[in-house]
Design a protein around this ligand. Sequence first.
Ligand code: FES
Ligand code: FES
Length: 158
Amino acid sequence: MILRLLLNGKPVTTTIRPEQTLLSVLRENLGYTGAKEGCGVGECGACTVILGQRAVKSCTVLAAQCEGASVRTVEGLAQDDRLHPLQQAFIDHNAVQCGFCTGGFLLTAVALLERDPHPSRREIQEAISGNLCRCTGYVQIIDAIAACAAGEGSGEGQ
Ligand code: FES
Ligand code: FES
């Protein structure tokens, strides 16, 4: 079957199998490998993308249900070789080590800041509760998201 998506703002079309997940289509059909397969069962958040306005675990979403949908991946965050402010904040706050989880955290945080530009630390904590990081720890990640929300560093809304 044919699947059409608006992927990071660009229309794409691909042929999918009915049982394919959105993660599988992104990685295997379209070559967007920023979404990682960690657990494959909705528990780690490494595969997180933004579907419409919502951060979703793409390993749990059937691609066939996404016909015509807007999907944003980590590849779409930087604009014109300029990092997204959240990406810069993650670097500034040492919130990245191996990076396997990072795309998922970034997209979860982007969706959070789009619906609530000034979340409390507790709200940040709740928002990222479905994302696991094995190496950095969560304090730096929360610091980075909070700093970006506060417009520190590279600045809010750039
Ligand atoms: S790979 Fe999707 S939640 Fe772990
Ligand atoms: S930076 Fe390695 S799992 Fe998070």
